[in-house]
Write a protein that binds this ligand. Structure first.
Ligand SMILES: NC(=O)c1ccc[n+]([C@@H]2O[C@H](COP(=O)([O-])OP(=O)(O)OC[C@H]3O[C@@H](n4cnc5c(N)ncnc54)[C@H](OP(=O)(O)O)[C@@H]3O)[C@@H](O)[C@H]2O)c1
Length: 316
C-alpha cells in the first residue's frame, strides 16, 4: 500500500529533518507538529510539508493530528530528564499514539527506539525506550521498530560536541571512555525508515541500525577532535570522578552535556547483536563507514582538515 500522508512526530529534530526531506522528495505529504514552530523553520519551505504548533501530550491534539493520515512516524525522544520525563516521552506517548492510531484507523506506525532498550537496562533512557517498544509491539497495527546505535550526521550532537570541546580545551577528560558504539549515518537511517514505509516485508519487525565498525568512546572523541583539526589527548576518567563530573553538568543551566543517566546507558555496549553488522536487505541500505562522511562536516571551516576529509572520501 502507498502511504502518502504521513504524520512525523519529532520531525523537527536531527533525524527528523532527514526523514521529512526524504518523504517530501518521494512525493509524500508530511505533517510535523512541534512545541515551537520556529524549531522546525528548516522544514517550512519544503513544498509538501506542513509544520504546526501542537502539544502532542494532549490526547485531543494528538488525535486531531493522527486523524486522516496514512501513516505515523514517531521520532520523539529525550536524552536527559527525570524518570517522569523519560516515561512521558518514551513510554506514555507511544501508548497514547497506538490508541489514537487504532481509534482513527491509521494502521501504519514506524517507531524509532534505541539500540540496547531493555526492561532491565541500566539507564532510565533505555528502560523507558523498552516500555515504549512494548506498547507498539503489543498493538495490532502494522508497526516497524528501528533501534539505532548513536547516529552521526552534519547536525549531530555527538561528534560535533567533541569537535567543539576540542577547540576550547587542551585535553579531553571523559567518562565511559571504553563504552562501545557502532555509529550509523543519519542518511542511512532516514532511508531505512522511508524505504520501510510502504514495504509489507518490514511490518511487525524490529531492526537494529548500526554502522560497519565498532569504536570505543575514547576512539570517537579522539577521531572528532582530529577531524576538526584540533587533535587532543583523551583522558579516561575513573567512574566516581565521571559521575561527579556528570552531576556538576546536570547542575548547570540548560541541557547538560552529559548526565549520570547517560553514563548508565554506556554501561552496556551500544552495538548490533550480530557482527559483522549487515542491514536487513528489505531496508534497502548499505551501512556507510563513519570516517569519510563525518570528517567532511567536522572539518567545518578548517581548510586543511577539510582537504584531508575530501581526499579520504575520494579514496573510499
Ligand atoms: N541521535 C541519536 O544518536 C539517536 C540514537 C538512538 C536513538 N535515537 C532516537 O531517535 C529519535 C530522534 O532523535 P534525534 O536525535 O533526532 O532527537 P532530537 O534532535 O533531539 O529531536 C527530538 C524531537 O522530539 C521532539 N521532542 C523532544 N522532547 C519532546 C517532548 N517532551 N514532547 C514533545 N516532543 C518532544 C522535538 O520536537 P520539538 O522540540 O520541535 O517540539 C524534536 O523534534 C529519538 O527517539 C531518539 O531517542 C537517536
Amino acid at each position: 500500500m502507498r502511504h502518502h500522508d504521513v504524520l512525523v512526530l519529532g520531525g523537527s529534530g536531527f533525524i527528523g529533518r532527514y526523514v521529512v526531506n526524504l518523504l517530501v522528495a518521494r512525493g509524500c505529504r508530511a505533517l510535523v507538529p512541534s512545541r515551537r514552530r520556529d524549531r522546525a523553520k528548516h522544514l517550512i519551505l519544503l513544498p509538501t510539508c506542513d509544520v504546526v504548533e501542537a502539544d502532542i501530550h494532549d490526547d485531543a491534539a494528538l488525535e486531531r493530528l493522527v486523524a486522516g493520515q496514512d501513516a505515523v512516524i514517531n521520532l520523539v525522544g529525550i536524552l536527559h530528564g527525570r524518570a517522569a520525563d523519560f516515561e512521558r516521552a518514551h513510554a506514555e506517548l507511544p501508548r497514547r499514539l497506538v490508541a489514537a492510531c487504532a481509534k482513527h484507523r491509521v494502521n501504519r506506525l514506524l517507531h524509532v527506539s534505541a539500540l540496547g532498550a531493555a526492561a532491565d537496562a541500566p539507564s532510565m533512557y533505555l528502560r523507558s525506550k523498552a516500555a515504549g517498544e512494548s506498547h507498539v509491539r503489543g498493538s495490532s497495527l502494522a508497526w516497524t521498530i528501528f533501534r539505532p546505535s548513536v547516529v552521526f550526521g552534519a547536525e549531530d550532537n555527538f561528534l560535533n560536541l567533541f569537535a567543539e570541546l576540542a577547540r576550547w580545551f587542551p585535553v579531553l577528560p571523559i567518562g565511559g571512555a571504553n563504552a562501545k558504539f557502532q555509529p550509523v549515518w543519519v542518511q542511512d537511517l532516514a532511508r531505512a525508515i522511508c524505504n520501510s514505509l510502504d514495504n509489507g516485508a518490514t511490518y511487525r519487525k524490529t531492526y537494529e541500525l548500526a554502522g560497519p565498525r565498532i569504536y570505543t568512546l575514547r576512539e570517537l572523541v579522539s577521531f572528532a577532535a582530529r577531524a576538526a583539526g584540533h587533535p587532543r589527548p583523551v583522558i579516561a576518567l575513573p567512574e566516581p570522578i565521571a559521575r561527579l563530573q556528570a552531576r556538576l553538568m546536570e547542575l548547570l543551566p540548560g541541557e547538560p552535556l552529559l548526565s549520570r543517566d547517560n553514563l548508565d546507558s554506556m554501561k552496556v555496549d551500544n552495538v548490533a547483536s550480530e557482527q559483522p553488522y549487515r542491514p536487513a536487505p528489505e531496508l534497502g541500505i548499505r551501512a556507510t563507514p563513519m570516517e569519510a562522511e563525518a570528517a567532511l562536516y567536522l572539518a567545518g571551516l578548517n581548510a586543511r582538515a577539510r582537504l584531508a576529509a575530501l581526499r579520504a572520501r575520494a579514496r573510499r
